[in-house]
Design a protein around this ligand. Structure first.
Ligand SMILES: C[S@@+](CC[C@H](N)C(=O)[O-])C[C@H]1O[C@@H](n2cnc3c(N)ncnc32)[C@H](O)[C@@H]1O
Length: 245
């Protein structure tokens, strides 16, 4: 099912979701409910749960086209963004190189509007590294990080517990972990036997608390525009954790 993240349609939706302006997502020629406006900039809001003190290394798992990883470079010396989708990583890397990446915002039927994605990049851009990879089978030599972010990834993994088991060795003592999940468990992505059998937060606490202190939880809405009249409005459960010494 992760093949959907290789399609032009999902690539365009995520470029708009991560890098589109408010005007590009919710044109002011129309009126929109405040709840939709409040759901903009999700990829900027979730890394906002990290403290702002400068640290050496950050990791964004399931980084998609890279906006949260770019944001993490504001206070991390180096950020590694990893995603399973070759198409997403290709676009993230093009943006990292300073390209304006063109994509079609779908209006209706075959009507599209050509837009471009670009980012305010760190200096030097080599502080930002994108690589294709599997969050359930990360490279042994990836190293460790003061900050690890994984937004809307867990319930897209066939075996999410494999990632959760790797987290203690990825996050340095005293380091921060920010997870966000809309808890939309679907058999298309995760076999039913790998779904939590309690609430997703209690499942996370049961698996993470031996190594991580639970710091806080929050709800963050996000908005993905599919066409001029069809949007996904979803609320993601954010949990913040600190690696025990
Ligand atoms: C729902 S999207 C969330 C993307 C981004 N973090 C955000 O919040 O906008 C899920 C992302 O996880 C990626 N993904 C799915 N399976 C993965 C895996 N096994 N390893 C790494 N990334 C994966 C997808 O390619 C997609 O970019």
């Amino acid at each position: 099912m992760s093949a959907i993240y290789e399609t032009d349609q999902l690539l365009a939706e995520y470029l708009l979701f991560h890098f589109g302006s408010a005007e590009e997502i919710l044109p002011s020629t129309e009126s929109w409910p405040q709840g939709m406006r409040d759901a903009l900039d999700f990829a900027v809001r979730t890394p906002g749960y990290f403290s702002s003190t400068p640290v050496e290394r950050g990791l964004d798992l399931g980084c998609a086209v890279g906006r949260s990883a770019v944001e993490m470079t504001r206070s991390c010396g180096e950020v590694v963004g990893i995603d399973f989708s070759h198409a997403f990583i290709h676009a993230a890397e093009a943006i990292r190189k300073g390209e304006r990446v063109g994509y079609d915002r779908r209006e209706e039927a075959a009507q599209v509007t050509r837009l471009h994605a670009a980012a305010v990049l760190p200096n030097p851009t080599s502080r930002l590294i994108f690589q294709q990879g599997d969050a359930m089978d990360l490279p042994a030599d990836l190293g460790s990080f003061e900050r690890v972010h994984a937004a809307n990834l867990l319930c897209r993994l066939p075996e999410p517990e494999r990632l959760l088991a790797r987290l203690p060795s990825l996050v340095r003592a005293g380091g921060e972990l920010v997870l966000a999940t809309p808890c939309t468990w679907l058999e298309a992505f995760t076999p039913r036997e790998n779904w939590p059998t309690v609430s997703t937060l209690d499942w996370l606490k049961g698996l993470l608390e031996p190594d991580f202190e639970f710091v806080q939880q929050a709800e963050e809405p996000f908005l993905i525009r599919e066409t001029a009249r069809k949007f996904q409005w979803t609320r993601s459960l954010v949990s913040v954790w600190r690696r025990r010494a």
